[in-house]
Ligand binder design. Structure first.
Ligand code: F6P
Length: 327
């Protein structure tokens, strides 16, 4: 080994996701099992710049596997995007004698990690932590399953009142540029239609989806709208529908940051634990600049560059299922 790892730093960055704590716990305890130190870096890359770092013991990560959010806190750090910011981050790594990093986050987190790794030759492993599930090379990201279940629960509740009042509900779902959450939630909740960035949907298709139900005396409908699929989101879709169909009795619900909170599902806790352990194992195998992914229930190593750059598309059969089964 050309370098020896004595201390691993772990941070969470970008939008938080349920299961991040389980991943932190796994990284810390795997380090301790390997006989090395783990240091927690607070507020993502901001903490690396500001030297907001603390050694974590096994006890420090006790009782967190079931907690949403991240005990290390998170931030979107603009300064880290500059070479000066990354120099400060490197200075902290040296001062704290951190030899390698595990970063938990999404594509913004990984983009920063790649730059730091290239500029200062630091071994870095990424763990996919985002509700959006938009990273290539992994079937699921940590937090996606929990968020999906939260959305499904919310839509189930909306369905009750939509049915009572015979209304059309437009429900806005997060996902940044990706429609995975929206499409899967639409299937799971039996929504009449979904609008996602990966597929074009015209007004007539939505009218047809709602109209089919109404012709069968089903006077309530739920349409899931991915936040960035259409400029103006669910509100914009509502405006168009209200003008064309005042009889629809349209309402809008924006689920917002509810979708990011809550206790992680068993699935998220398990993948976070396996991935966290795999990250420390990968460092000992001298892996660098990779993301730990999960494919067909197996741990895989994915170059960070690919995880960020390659486009993950929605599955064709999922799109078909949403359309065909809602009729
Ligand atoms: O990436 C996670 C995510 O929740 C996206 O789905 C959403 O677009 C964004 O973060 C919201 O970011 P913020 O919490 O900064 O408003």
């Amino acid at each position: 080994m050309e370098y020896k790892i004595n201390t691993v730093g772990v941070l969470t960055s970008g939008g938080d996701s349920p299961g991040m704590n389980a991943a932190i716990r796994a990284v810390v305890r795997s380090c301790i099992a390997q006989g090395i130190k783990a240091k927690g870096i607070y507020r993502g890359y901001q903490g690396l710049i500001d030297d907001d770092v603390k050694e974590l013991t096994s006890q420090d990560v006790s009782g967190i596997i079931q907690r949403g959010g991240t005990i290390l806190k998170s931030a979107r750090c603009m300064e880290f995007k500059t070479p000066e910011g990354r120099k400060k981050a490197f200075d902290t790594l040296q001062k704290e004698q951190i030899d390698a990093l595990v970063v938990i986050g999404g594509d913004g987190t990984f983009t920063g990690a790649r730059l730091l790794a290239q500029e200062y030759n630091i071994p870095i492993i990424g763990l996919p932590g985002t509700i959006d599930n938009d990273l290539w090379g992994t079937d699921s990201t940590i937090g996606y399953d929990t968020s999906l279940n939260t959305i499904m629960d919310c839509v189930d509740k909306l369905r009750d009142t939509a049915t009572s009042h015979e209304r059309v509900f437009l429900v806005e779902v997060m996902g940044r540029d990706a429609g995975f959450l929206t499409l899967s939630a639409a299937i799971a909740s039996g929504a009449e239609a979904a609008i996602i960035p990966e597929r074009s949907t015209v007004k007539e298709q939505i009218e047809e989806a709602i109209g089919q139900g109404r012709r069968k005396s089903k006077n309530s409908s739920i349409v899931l709208v991915q936040e960035h699929a259409i400029e103006g989101g669910a509100q914009a879709v509502a405006k168009v529908l209200e003008e064309a169909h005042p009889e629809y009795n349209t309402r809008v619900t924006i689920l917002g940051h509810l979708q990011r909170g809550g206790s992680p599902t068993a699935y998220d806790r398990i993948i976070a634990s396996r991935m966290g352990m795999a990250a420390v194992g990968a460092l000992f195998e001298e892996q660098r600049s990779i993301m730990i992914g999960m494919k067909n229930d197996e741990i895989v190593y994915v170059p960070l560059s690919k995880a960020i750059r390659e486009k993950k598309d929605v599955k064709a059969d999922k799109w078909a299922a949403m359309q065909v089964l809602s009729i």
